[in-house]
Design a protein around this ligand. Structure first.
Ligand code: BYC
Length: 472
C-alpha cells in the first residue's frame, strides 16, 4: 500500500488519489527492477549508511541512516515554488509559467522527460557489479548513494509522467523499467548509457563526465516553462553535486596514489608492476568518457534544440546570465567540417543550443581536470592530464563520420583504425584494471593499493567508519 510515510514527498501525495493509484501499480515493478538490475549481492543482508532525503528542509535533507537498499525511501521532491514565476526565454518569454502541459508541446515535453528518465535506471544497471570489486568500504557506500539517488531521479521523472502526461505517461513509465542498458533488443535511449561500467576507473570517469552532462541537461531543463519540470530538475541538481564529487575525488585519489607509487620507486618502475594505474591509462579513460559525454549533448546544429528553445521547453544553463533571452537575432560561430578541413560559420543561435550547452559543459570539465593537475604540481611532477579535442571520437554530430586525434588533427580511416588504441582503452587495459580490482576491499579503513584514502569521511564520520555493515 502506498503511503506518504513510506514515500517522503512534498507533492501532496496523501491527498492525490490518482497519483497514489498510479504509483501503487508502478512501485512494485520498480522494486522488482531494483532487485533484478540494481547492486548485485547487496540487496538482502547489507545495511548501508546513506543520506535519505526525508524532507526538503536542511535537516531533513542531511539525514543519514543505515538502510537495506531495497528499503531506501525513494521520495518525490520539488524545489520550492517561485511566486509569479515567468517564462525566462524563447517565444513566450515574460508570460506566466505553465502548471499543466500545453497540448501542442505534449510530445516534445514527453520526449525530453523520457530521455532524461531513461538515463537514471540505465546508470544503475551499468554499475550493478561494481560492489563486487570495490576499493574500500567508503567507496562502496558512495557507489550505493549514487545508485539510490539515480533511482530517486527515475521516481522524479515517473512522477511527472504519471501526473502530467495521462495514459501515454503511464505507458512510458513502464517502458523505463523495460529497456535495459546494453540490451540488444531494448537498449537505453542514449549511447553512453549502453556502455558497460565494469571497473572503478570507468565508474569515477562516468560520475565525473557523464553525471556532469546530467548537470548541464538538468540546468537547462530547470529553466523550463513547465513549472513542475523546472522544480523537479532543480531538486535533482542538489543530488547531482555529490555524484560529481565521487567522480572527481575518485580520480584525484587514483592520481595521488599513482604519484606516490612513482615517487616511492624513484620514478624507475612501470607503475603497473607495483599495482598502480599508470597515467596514460588514466588519460585514455578521460578520452573515452569525455567524448561519450560530449555526444550526449546532441547534434551541433539541431532543429529539435531550436524548437525546444523557441517553445520555452529547454533553456540554456543559467539562462539569467545571458542578455538576450529570445536568441532570435543572434548568431553562433562554430567550426564545421568542409572540404576536408574546417570552416568557421555563423549559424542562428537557436539552432546551436546543443553546442551552447556543450560549451558550458566543456568549461566545467576543464576546471575539474585542472584540479587534478594540481596534484602533479604538488608532487613536483611535470605530467599533466588534458581533455581531448571536441572532435575526437565522436559518435553523434557532424564529426561522427570523421576521425581526429586527441589534439584535433585529422586522421584517415586507416590511421584511426591503426592508432585509436593509443588513445582509447584497449582490452588489455581493461584486463589489467580488472586484475587489480578482482578482490574487493571490505575492511573498514583499508584501501586498494591503486587508490589513496579520501581526506575525510562521509557526514563527519571517520574514514575507517563501517559504512556498510552486514546484518547480524
Ligand atoms: N545517443 O537534434 P538532436 C543524466 C539522436 S545525463 C543516441 O541533437 P535532440 C545522467 C536524437 O534522439 C542527461 N542518439 O537531438 C548522467 C535524435 O533522434 P531522432 C540526460 C542520440 O532531440 C549520469 C537525433 O539524434 N538528459 O542525467 O536535441 C547518470 C537528432 O539529434 C544522441 C537529457 O538527455 C545520443 N547521445 O537530442 C544518470 C535531457 N544524441 O529523433 C543520469 C533530455 C542525439 O532523429 N534530452 N541523438 O531519431 C535532450 O535534451 C535531448 O534529447 C538531447 C539531444 C540532448 C539528448
Amino acid at each position: 500500500m502506498i503511503s506518504a510515510e513510506r514515500i517522503p514527498n512534498n507533492v501532496g501525495l496523501s491527498s492525490n488519489k490518482r497519483l497514489q493509484r498510479a504509483l501503487e501499480h508502478w512501485q512494485p515493478k520498480y522494486i522488482q527492477w531494483w532487485k533484478d538490475m540494481g547492486p548485485q549481492g547487496f540487496q538482502d543482508y547489507h545495511q548501508v549508511y546513506v543520506r535519505t532525503a526525508i524532507s526538503v528542509d536542511p535537516s531533513g535533507w542531511a539525514h543519514f541512516e543505515y538502510v537495506k537498499l531495497p528499503e531506501y525511501r525513494w521520495g518525490i521532491f520539488l524545489a520550492d515554488p517561485v511566486q509569479d514565476r515567468r517564462i525566462g526565454f524563447g517565444d513566450f518569454a515574460g508570460q506566466p509559467v505553465w502548471h499543466e502541459v500545453p497540448g501542442e508541446f505534449r510530445n516534445q515535453l514527453r520526449r525530453l522527460v523520457v530521455t532524461q528518465g531513461d538515463t537514471e535506471p540505465a546508470s544503475v544497471e551499468q554499475q550493478r557489479w561494481l560492489g563486487q570489486r570495490c576499493p574500500s568500504m567508503y567507496d562502496l557506500r558512495n557507489l550505493f548513494q549514487v545508485n539510490v539517488e539515480e533511482g530517486r531521479h527515475l521516481w522524479a521523472m515517473v512522477y511527472l509522467l504519471h501526473s502530467y502526461f495521462g495514459r501515454d505517461g503511464r505507458d512510458e513509465a513502464e517502458e523505463l523499467l523495460a529497456r535495459q542498458s546494453g540490451n540488444r533488443d531494448k537498449p537505453r535511449i542514449l549511447d553512453a548509457f549502453n556502455e558497460p561500467i565494469e571497473n572503478w576507473l570507468d565508474f569515477f570517469m562516468f560520475t565525473m563526465f557523464t553525471d556532469r552532462d546530467g548537470k548541464s541537461q538538468l540546468l537547462s531543463l530547470s529553466e523550463s516553462s513547465l513549472d513542475p519540470l523546472s522544480r523537479t530538475t532543480k531538486f535533482m541538481l542538489t543530488e547531482e553535486a555529490h555524484h560529481m564529487f565521487v567522480g572527481e575525488t575518485g580520480v584525484a585519489r587514483i592520481v595521488e596514489r599513482t604519484c606516490q607509487l612513482l615517487k616511492e620507486t624513484g620514478f624507475s618502475e612501470d607503475v603497473r608492476r607495483i599495482g598502480g594505474i599508470d597515467i596514460p591509462t588514466i588519460q585514455k579513460f578521460i578520452n573515452l568518457w569525455f567524448s561519450l559525454s560530449l555526444d550526449l549533448h546532441g547534434n551541433e546544429i539541431s532543429t529539435n534544440a531550436a524548437s525546444y528553445f523557441s517553445n520555452g521547453l529547454k533553456g540554456r544553463a543559467q539562462e539569467e546570465k545571458w542578455e538576450d533571452h529570445t536568441a532570435l537575432e543572434t548568431l553562433y560561430e562554430l567550426d564545421l567540417p568542409a572540404n576536408g578541413g574546417l570552416e568557421r560559420k555563423a549559424v542562428p543561435m537557436r539552432t546551436a543550443m546543443n553546442e551552447v550547452l556543450r560549451d558550458w559543459y566543456v568549461g566545467d570539465c576543464e576546471a575539474g581536470v585542472q584540479r587534478w593537475n594540481k596534484i602533479f604540481e604538488r608532487h613536483g611532477m611535470s605530467e599533466r592530464l588534458r581533455l581531448p579535442d571536441r572532435k575526437f571520437n565522436r559518435g553523434i554530430g557532424m564529426f561522427s563520420s570523421l576521425h581526429y586525434d586527441p589534439s584535433g588533427a585529422p586522421l584517415s580511416n586507416e590511421e584511426w583504425a591503426r592508432r585509436k588504441l593509443e588513445w582509447l582503452p584497449a582490452a588489455s587495459d581493461r584486463e589489467y584494471l580488472l586484475s587489480i580490482m578482482d578482490r574487493p576491499v571490505y575492511e573498514p579503513g583499508k584501501f586498494a593499493n591503486y587508490i589513496a584514502p579520501p581526506l575525510r569521511g562521509i557526514n563527519r564520520q571517520p574514514v575507517n567508519f563501517e559504512y556498510v555493515r552486514t546484518e547480524a
